[in-house]
Design a protein around this ligand. Structure first.
Ligand code: NAD
Length: 281
């Protein structure tokens, strides 16, 4: 076990970690017993990914700000929930360390934690609050990098698998990285950063047998979207050429599984959007 930041699991009194009673859930297929970390796993795309990885037999650590909600998903799938603010160095070091201490170093890490606050450069009340812009960059971009740097350090110390592979990192961009709409300037900037770091990170980590990929989802049916009125959700879905609907989080998770299964995929941002190209908004 190589855990650069493991400080020791304090046991059941440690409020940051919730171990499920269901931890020996049956394992199947080639992810059997592999440790995985998913951020933003309490909800939406992250929760679907955690479920899909656990279905394949992975030992999943679900990192989220909302540890109570993450614990519910963890209980369902026999994983562990760990409290984590991905934008905070110490919090992420502790969370990745604790996950590693319990499951061993992750071979698969998927970053889904993110926020999408709307805001124009200049809105009705004047220039955008700089704190809103900075917070979006902090969570979506710096948070994604924060997890990547920590999991990569642990992965580098793992024994290579057949074919020389040590691990896979999947980050979540958005089609807003390419077609950000009016009101998405902070979000688009954060996701553009996630997309841009894919190739240099993949190039650097290639020598260690670690692949880095990003998924750029279009519009998916998650709590992030369910906050919108139903008619807005319907019209968003109708804009997707085919299939004309919101994406299912399970479809995102399927792409993660395929990425894990296909070693030739590396250094790329893959759109998952039903051919949607966003209008200016
Ligand atoms: N739903 C979509 O249509 C869509 C489209 C493109 C990209 N994305 C991206 O996919 C990712 C997942 O989105 P979702 O739709 O599942 O959203 P969601 O709101 O359902 O889930 C996001 C999760 O991230 C967690 N989170 C937020 N800030 C955090 C922090 N600082 N540290 C740790 N956890 C934090 C939340 O608690 C939540 O559980 C996000 O990065 C989002 O930008 C979503």
């Amino acid at each position: 076990m190589h855990c650069n930041y493991y400080t020791g699991f304090a046991g059941s009194d440690d409020w940051r970690i919730v171990q499920s009673a269901n931890a020996d859930k049956g394992k199947i297929m080639d992810m059997n017993g592999v440790a995985a970390i998913v951020t933003g796993a309490a909800s939406g795309l992250g929760a679907a990914t955690a479920r899909a990885l656990a279905d394949k037999g992975a030992k999943v650590a679900l990192l989220d700000m909302n540890v109570a909600a993450a614990a519910e998903v963890a209980a369902e799938i026999g994983g562990i929930a760990v409290q984590c603010d991905v934008s905070d160095a110490a919090s992420a070091e502790a969370a990745v360390g604790d996950a590693c201490g319990i499951h061993g170093a992750a071979r698969i890490a998927v970053s889904c934690a993110g926020i999408a606050p709307p805001g124009k450069v200049v809105g009705r009340d004047g220039p955008q609050d700089l704190a809103v812009f900075a917070n979006t960059i902090n969570i979506n971009l710096i948070g994604t990098f924060n997890i990547m740097r920590l999991v990569a350090a642990d992965m580098k110390a793992l024994e290579p698998l057949e074919g020389g592979e040590r691990g896979l990192i999947v980050n979540t961009a958005s089609i807003a990285a390419f077609e950000g709409q009016i009101g998405q300037v902070a979000y688009a900037a954060s996701k553009g950063g996630v997309a841009s770091m894919t190739l240099p990170a993949a190039r650097e980590l290639a020598r260690s047998g670690i692949r880095v990929l990003a998924i750029a989802p279009g519009i998916f049916g998650t709590p992030m979207l369910f906050g919108l009125p139903q008619d807005v959700q319907n019209s968003l879905g109708a804009e997707v050429p085919f299939p004309s609907r919101l994406g299912d989080p399970a479809e995102y998770a399927k792409l993660v599984l395929h990425m894990a299964d296909n070693m030739m995929l590396n250094g790329e941002v893959i759109r998952l959007d039903g051919a949607l190209r966003m209008a200016p908004g």
